[in-house]
Ligand binder design. Sequence first.
Ligand code: GLN
Length: 237
Amino acid sequence: MTLNIAHLYPDLLNLYGDRGNIAALSLRAQWRGIEANVTEYTLESEIDFENTDIIFVGGGSDREQKLVCGRLLEMKDKIIDFAENGGCIVAVCGGYQLLGKYYKLGDETIEGLGLLDIVTERGEGRLIGNVVIKTDFLERHVVGFENHGGRTEINGCTPLGKVMYGKGNNGTDKTEGVIYKNVIATYLHGPLLPKNPHLCDYIIKKSLYNKYGDIELKKLDDTAEIAANDYIVHRFC
Ligand code: GLN
């Protein structure tokens, strides 16, 4: 089995160790004998959608998001097709915002892909700190760290989780992120996947489904990861 991971723009979007998410995805696949190939894309390169199982887009500053958004818009139809056909996309913070309709910063508006029916507007001050969320598809809580100026309204979309601690999408409605088909979009850095091996495995399983059907992932020894995850949950909740 082979897992092909496309890392979009690590030279521009790589805040708070987003690269650790790629390491977690590929190592947890390799530890089970699954070959993992990571392709790092730059703005100049063409994405090989046909041979991609997971697209990862990390977080970035407003400036970097502006640099990336024009390129993403050129590929809008292909990215939307990929997601609608069950392709897996993991988008963190700045990457998450770009999957929505727009990110408004004062007088300026960054147009997003419109894959998700969400909108983001920069608010007063930043939402910073640890976050604990409860999803309805994982037994264990998901923990992470957020730092964003944008406030996201998810309208009718399904949140990734309910905020148990922290601010989440907008600091008011207790929602965090969005889950849509195999798209996982979230404000959680950390990096997210080393801190949440259960979520990482969920994504690996979903992304291999199109090629190999419903596979059983071999259990790994996650004693240390689970102890770290539990520690954060109990510290804040
Ligand atoms: N620039 C965006 C914001 O501040 C995203 C930041 C990030 O990716 N951490 O809302």
